[in-house]
Design a protein around this ligand. Structure first.
Ligand code: UD1
Length: 346
């Protein structure tokens, strides 16, 4: 077992949705966490939420990873960082189509900047936040890690593919540098305490925040994008995974790196539940756990949606030694609890 107390871990984007839940799990596991976040898609209140849950306020620096000048002094004074969990990135698919350069700069240049700084402090343990979007419309289901990488349908998806390639190339030339890339399926839900969760800016693009905002009355009606897909009920199928399960996968991956348990210095794991749920099943789960009807309407398909995507989690279960524990109902209950809490705060 790793003695984690004095191990300093940098979490970039640590005030974001998945980042903040991961900080909680890292602190619960005893790691000494330092957060870098430019607050572009998060708020400082998240720090308070993390403190309420764990009793520890992580070290926080409001810095933008695009600026080499700004981050250099940070890495100079934190040369004792043992591992990095890199979340900092933009993630809105539609926006990435509108602003490709912004996405390449924000997601790829920042990765390069961090990696260059890590070289100077000789930190060799890196966890990268990737996505199942790299598989596109997979030829067969469930999706394994050896499924082909399909041409990206958006600049956002492309930044994930390019980032994985950059890391793989570095691992080839520097055998001491170790990376785990975690390809998340659809993270949903919130911490069961209701202190942290997802904070979508403006109109939510993702299904679950749209559902909870509709139920609370912020949105009038949930549009269900298409019911003519070749699935049982005609709606798309995804692998929805509780964000706390996703967060825990990072702790396991970090321990794997720190204990040098890797089979190769570049590893990729699917982070999902292994179960596919349709949009209508997600709505049904929400209605059941909250005991209310949701106002929704079937509308046209959304451009760029794949029909079905769910993970084969055998590799994560057996090699990484991690398994999702929470159910879809758990995630919907926690998402609803979070939505109610943030609305009553305002
Ligand atoms: C999207 C991104 C993915 C990203 C993930 C998390 C694409 C192609 N993929 O996944 O790269 O990692 O978000 O940010 O965009 N739906 C509705 N009504 C809504 C919203 C969604 O019916 O108002 C449906 C969608 O058609 C889809 C499912 O719900 O079938 C899930 O959608 P969403 O939550 O946006 O996630 P993905 O599109 O799977």
């Amino acid at each position: 077992m790793t003695q984690t107390n004095n191990i300093k871990v940098l979490v970039t984007g640590g005030l974001g949705y998945i980042g903040s839940h991961t900080v909680v799990e890292l602190q619960n596991a005893g790691f000494n966490v330092v957060i870098l976040d430019n607050l572009s898609n998060s708020t400082i209140d998240v720090l308070e939420g993390i403190t309420k849950i764990t009793g520890i306020t992580p070290d926080f620096y409001s810095l933008d990873l695009r600026s080499k000048e700004d981050i250099k002094p940070f890495f100079k004074t934190h040369s004792d960082i043992s591992g990095v969990v890199h979340f900092a990135a933009s993630k809105a698919v539609g926006e990435s189509v509108q602003k490709p350069l912004f996405y390449y700069q924000n997601n790829v240049t920042t990765l390069i900047n961090v990696l260059q700084e890590l070289k100077s402090i000789e930190c060799q343990n890196f966890i990268f936040s990737s996505s199942c979007t790299v598989y596109g419309e997979a030829d067969s289901l469930p999706i394994t890690e050896t499924s082909p990488i399909k041409p990206a349908v958006s600049p956002y998806g492309n930044t994930k593919q390019i980032s994985e390639e950059i890391l793989r190339d570095i691992c080839v030339i520097n055998r001491k540098f170790k990376t785990v890339a975690l390809r998340y399926f659809n993270p949903i839900g919130a911490h069961s305490s209701g202190y942290i969760g997802e904070l979508p800016l403006g109109v939510p693009q993702n299904l679950v925040p749209y559902i909870t905002q509709t139920a609370i009355g912020v949105r009038e009606q949930l549009p269900v994008f298409g019911d003519d897909y070749p699935t049982e009920d005609g709606t798309c199928i995804r692998d929805y995974i509780h964000v706390v399960d996703v967060a825990k996968a990072h702790v396991v991956a970090l321990n794997r790196l720190l204990n040098s348990q890797q089979e190769s210095n570049y590893e990729v794991f699917n982070i999902g539940t292994g179960n596919g749920s349709s949009v209508l099943q997600v709505i049904e789960s929400f209605e059941e756990v909250t005991n209310q009807k949701l106002n929704y309407k079937i509308v046209d398909r959304r451009l760029g949606d794949v029909t079905s995507a769910y993970a084969d989690t055998t590799k994560a279960n057996t090699i990484l030694g991690w398994k999702a524990r929470f159910s879809l109902d758990d995630a919907m209950r926690d998402a609803w609890n979070w939505e109610k809490k943030i609305r009553t705060k305002k």
